[in-house]
Design a protein around this ligand. Structure first.
Ligand SMILES: *Cc1c(COP(=O)(O)O)cnc(C)c1O
Length: 379
């Protein structure tokens, strides 16, 4: 893959993009221009197709990072007197709880250990215990530790009990299979700069039309009102307010490359190879993963920090960066970790190279004790 001379971003996201995707940003587009609005329309259709949404679902894009779209989805889809269950096994779940509190939506914060997946059984028990819950907000891949939550059994429970399901599929969409036939949802949120391998700057919500059309005037905020964005876009083909034109053009090219590669199955296969290559190579150096392989999504891997007193994340990060690889700090509260992403326009070759960059960094820092003092000790 041809990328250019930038360091490889193992920080999803932003993430490493292809040269073709970067080149798509070399044009200026007018927001009234029919050619630009045709790009928006084709993207909206393609994004719905990725989950097999057909005519029942529509895609509403929104300016901003992924969190803006999560907030817009909760604010638009959950009625003001609704009550949201959030199975919480990490930082992105905690962010949804915080959004609900900001928006004044009642929320049930259901703790799940950060090394364990949320399951249909856990959600079923919480729904049975509190019949006032109207919606479940579920993170698919919890990017904090990298756990893959059991979305399909959770979706089945929500469907059976008549609860609305809002999915934060930010770090899984287009890589991990999601089909509305087996994972029915009210709304699913993702963004340009994750597994679609576009650049950051826009999110989108794939939403059941019947739900969205019933939510006129529900949103707490004008800029975050997905219903208003939808109605305007359907009427005029344009975005409400200035669109992130370069981001949209880059995403169009990124989605073309996604299709050329073979769509979701091919993307998953590449990321799975990346993940295996990384975990295997790091294990040879003595590193242990925080998660057991059964719950690890091939998106981002959390490693225990070396036990050696010579280890310090900042210097480890800087030295690995000098070798061309950007790592990610850990996001866990109880154990010292760091994370390495497997997504972006990278393949197993980059993963082998980052492992050798890490090996040289360990050597430079004089780190001998790589294994953690007590592996697998989850918070
Ligand atoms: C990246 C991500 C988000 C959005 O984060 P932003 O920084 O706003 O783009 C939300 N949820 C999950 C699970 C993510 O991985």
């Amino acid at each position: 893959m041809i990328r250019g001379n930038d360091p490889i971003l193992l920080t999803p996201g932003p993430l490493t993009t292809s040269l073709r995707t970067k080149q798509a940003m070399l044009n200026d587009w007018g927001s009234w221009d029919a050619a630009f609005n045709a790009i928006t329309a084709s993207l909206r259709r393609d994004l719905v197709d990725i989950v097999g949404g057909g005519d029942e679902y529509t895609c509403v894009p929104l300016q901003g990072s992924g969190t803006f779209s999560v907030e817009a989805a909760i604010g638009t889809v959950v009625p003001r007197d609704g009550k949201v269950l959030v199975p919480n096994n990490g930082a992105y779940c905690a962010r949804i709880v915080k959004i609900c509190r900001y928006l004044g939506r009642a929320v049930v914060d259901l703790p799940v250990p950060e090394d364990q997946p949320a399951t249909g059984a856990i959600v079923e028990a919480a729904l049975a215990a509190d019949p006032g819950i109207t919606h479940v907000a579920q993170v698919h891949c919890e990017t904090g530790a990298g756990v893959l939550n059991e979305l399909s059994s959770i979706a089945q429970v929500c469907a059976r009990r008549g609860k609305g399901l809002i999915v934060d599929a930010m770090s899984s969409f287009a890589a991990i299979p999601i089909d509305v036939a087996t994972v029915p949802f009210d709304a699913l949120v993702a963004a340009s700069g994750k597994c679609l391998e576009g650049v950051p700057g826009m999110g989108f919500v794939i939403v059941r039309k019947a739900v969205l059309e019933a939510r006129a005037g529900n949103a707490h905020s004008l800029a975050m009102d997905l219903h208003d964005q939808y109605v305007y876009m359907e009427k005029t083909t344009q975005w409400r307010y200035t669109p992130p034109t370069h981001v949209v053009a880059a995403l169009r090219t990124a989605v073309d490359q996604f299709k050329e590669e073979g769509g979701q199955p091919a993307r998953l296969a590449r990321y799975a190879r990346n993940c295996e290559t990384l975990v295997g190579g790091m294990a040879e150096l003595g590193f242990r993963t925080f998660l057991s392989p059964a719950v690890q999504a091939p998106i981002i891997v959390t490693f225990h920090a070396p036990a050696d007193p010579a280890y310090q994340f900042k210097s480890f990060y800087e030295r690995t960066r000098e070798r061309g690889y950007i790592l990610y700090p850990g996001k866990l509260t109880q154990v010292e970790t760091f994370r390495v992403g497997c997504i972006g326009a990278i393949d197993a070759n980059e993963m082998r190279n980052v492992v050798s960059a890490v090996a040289q960094t360990l050597h430079d820092m004089g780190i001998r004790q790589v294994a953690p003092a007590s592996p697998r000790k989850a918070a």
